[in-house]
Design a protein around this ligand. Structure first.
Ligand SMILES: [Zn+2]
Ligand SMILES: [Zn+2]
Length: 343
């Protein structure tokens, strides 16, 4: 089968590899669509945490497809079923899992290999994090279950209340998913910040009330202006840079919540003034990944179109064009998500 193999920074190759053999409790799926993601782009551009990905590896983690082979011992799923799964599954028995923090599982299985003709789903993932896709939902849409699950987890941590003013830093795929989710969650006003004008226009079309171009305007001043001088109730950082993590703290009102969502390069530090937390009573939360419950919820919200993710897929490309797809994503900001179609 054809698969995109990542060998190192910016070294992505299409290769012919063996179709994986299915063992006890495992499932083989023919990938029908895989979507590009900021995490993939980060790994492509600067490498990543050893624990999560070991090179060389088949690449990509957002996918959906059709079951072609079911391993021994399984009554579900059935051959021909439309499914999505992963990209992670917790073990349920480590200390973190026993505390209910499944997203922080110490024995997490991470599944890579969405940019390929077939993907083998490990037995534990079949049981814990694989779902059937309703007929009316496209494979591309279903592939977006993973990032939406992470965003749902983030929004839960963000303490958002009905009518809140929400400021989102970053109008890439993750920032835009936060926008769609915050809107459905009853945000009163949403302010989106980015450096790229066409991304801000995109955010406007998806329902942002105000946009700020950080390259042209003073972000702190503008947010104060738009919030009666107070700052936003909730600020979400959806980029993953120390500078914007720090900026987020300057945009929140007293008693408000900052959700630091974007993962920064390892070893990054930020400066927090103690008075912000003490006299300002600002809550600062991080959010990493998602639990199986969030994946299930995300697929349900996509299926009911409560959160309509279709506009985020701005282009479709063939698996053979994967390198070009990542070149486009790293050099221009013209596409939001590219759906990679193996055949
Ligand atoms: Zn992703
Ligand atoms: Zn665990």
């Amino acid at each position: 089968m054809k698969a995109a193999m990542l060998y190192g920074v910016k070294d992505l190759r299409i290769e012919d590899i063996e179709v994986p053999e299915v063992g006890l409790g495992e499932v083989l799926v023919r990938v029908k669509a895989a979507t590009t993601c900021g995490t993939d782009l980060k790994i492509f551009q600067r490498g990543y945490v050893e624990k999560i990905i070991k090179l060389p590896t088949v690449f990509g983690h957002e996918w959906a497809g059709e079951v072609v082979e079911v391993g021994e011992g399984l009554e579900w799923p059935k051959k021909g079923m439309r499914v999505r799964a992963g990209n992670s599954t917790p073990c349920l028995h480590c200390t973190m899992c026993q505390k209910g923090k499944y997203n922080l599982c110490e024995n997490m299985i991470w599944l890579w290999g969405a940019y390929a003709e077939y993907i083998k789903v490990p037995a534990r993932m079949v049981l814990i994090n694989m779902q059937e896709i309703p007929q009316h939902v496209s494979y591309e849409e279903a592939a977006i279950t993973e990032p939406l699950a992470c965003v749902l987890h983030g929004i839960e941590e963000a303490n958002m209340k009905l009518g809140d003013t929400v400021t989102i830093i970053g109008a890439g795929p993750i920032g835009l998913l936060h926008l769609l989710t915050a809107k459905k969650n009853g945000a009163g006003k949403i302010i989106c910040i980015d450096l790229v004008e066409n991304r801000l226009n995109f955010a406007k079309r998806l329902g942002a009330d105000e946009t700020i171009n950080a390259g042209k305007e003073n972000v702190v001043e503008r947010v104060r202006q738009l919030t009666g001088g107070y700052g936003a109730d909730v600020v979400i950082e959806a980029i993953g840079l120390a500078a914007t993590w720090e900026q987020a703290l300057k945009l929140v009102r007293k008693g408000g919540t900052v959700l630091e969502f974007g993962g920064c390069p390892l070893g990054t530090e930020i400066k927090v003034y103690t008075e912000w937390l003490h006299y300002g009573e600002v809550t600062v939360r991080g959010a990493f990944h998602a639990t199986p419950l969030h994946f299930r919820k995300a697929l349900n919200l996509i299926a009911s179109r409560t959160i309509d993710v279709r506009p985020l897929i701005t282009r479709k490309m063939k698996l053979e064009e994967i390198k070009e797809a990542f070149e486009i994503l790293s050099t221009t900001k013209s596409e939001i998500k590219i759906a990679v179609i193996p055949r």
